[in-house]
Design a protein around this ligand. Structure first.
Ligand SMILES: [Zn+2]
Length: 143
């Protein structure tokens, strides 16, 4: 499963990559805008960008872990969907949103320049109301 250290690594990777949005751990009893659920299916996520007061879900499916894919990369990829990034498949390991097409050996959990700027654009002030209308579908990451 996603261990505490891996969670810190991937949240740190996102926070050091983008300026316009910040991932923080919700305080006890607080309401999380990104809910992370573990199950036995394929990893999947609500396509964001999630907004303050909104709610998206990441299903951290164990199927991809069982098939050997990197745990931190899977979680970072699904969080990318929460922040409004679609899949870019097929693609190289250097792309976070290439997902499983980056290969089983790929452990890159950091968004590339294009992915970083797309997230920053999703969370730039003027884009907020426009982006909301196109979000909400579930993206399933089966190879
Ligand atoms: Zn995906």
């Amino acid at each position: 499963m996603l261990h505490r250290t891996a969670a810190r690594t991937l949240i740190g990777a996102w926070n050091s990559s983008v300026q316009n949005v910040r991932l923080v751990k919700v305080s006890s009893g607080g309401r999380a805008e990104i809910r992370i659920v573990a199950d036995d299916g394929w990893p999947r996520a609500t396509l964001g960008p999630v907004r303050p007061g909104g709610r998206v879900t990441v299903w951290f499916g164990r199927q991809a872990v069982n098939d050997g894919y990197d745990t931190t990369r899977i979680a970072a990829h699904e969080l990318g969907h929460s922040l409004g990034l679609p899949d870019r498949k097929p693609g190289p390991c250097s792309s976070l949103m290439s997902g499983s097409t980056g290969g089983v050996a790929c452990s890159n959990a950091t968004p590339n320049a294009a992915e970083r700027s797309a997230v920053n654009a999703n969370y730039a002030g003027a884009a907020v109301s426009v982006q909301d209308s196109s979000s909400g579908g579930i993206v399933v990451d089966a190879p």
